[in-house]
Unconditional design. Structure first.
Length: 186
């Protein structure tokens, strides 16, 4: 016969089943709560930074009405404008220097070929021609100088339009025509 035992349910060990669904929903709930707190935290940060920006804008507007600050801003604008002009001038200078037609190379080429008995009074340099005025002790030195200059490849034509004698010296003018498209010293 079976006895009635009212405490039997308390005497038996209960077997608890582990439910994976509860674990999954618990973790998902924590993640969602974490995301909400993170969003709330960022929203509060954004509000705080927005207030600071508004305060700084207000201070900037107040300071712009200050005459000293207005003067400083005007000077900064002028400095910026002058800096731009300087850059433009520098680029123009670089362009001019890179396209220099007559330079030290050309002058060195001429002075290397001057005989000892010739003294140069002036050299007039243009983009297409060179005019040399000088004096010499004799005509042969002048013709030698003309011949030497004619050997320079950059010179298209070398000629002497005038020679005249004055006080035991010969004064002469020598014209040199440069080849087109030649750039000296590059």
């Amino acid at each position: 016969m079976n006895d009635l035992n009212f405490f039997q349910s308390y005497n038996l060990k209960r077997e608890r089943k582990f439910n994976k669904d509860y674990l999954f929903y618990g973790i998902m709930g924590l993640v969602i709560i974490g995301i909400m707190f993170y969003g709330l935290f960022n929203m509060m940060k954004i509000k705080k930074i927005s207030k600071e920006v508004a305060i700084l804008k207000q201070q900037l507007e107040i300071s712009k009405s200050n005459p000293k600050i207005i003067e400083i801003l005007e000077k900064e604008a002028k400095i910026e404008e002058l800096t731009e002009k300087f850059k433009h001038l520098k680029s123009m200078d670089d362009y001019i220097n890179s396209n220099d037609l007559i330079n030290e190379y050309l002058l060195d080429s001429i002075t290397e070929r001057v005989p000892e008995t010739i003294f140069l009074n002036s050299i007039d340099l243009n983009t297409n021609t060179i005019t040399i005025d000088g004096i010499s002790k004799n005509k042969k030195s002048i013709s030698d100088f003309e011949h030497e200059l004619g050997e320079i490849e950059s010179f298209e034509e070398v000629f002497i339009p005038s020679i005249f004698q004055q006080d035991n010296y010969f004064q002469f003018t020598l014209n040199v025509k440069l080849r087109e498209g030649e750039v000296y010293g590059n």
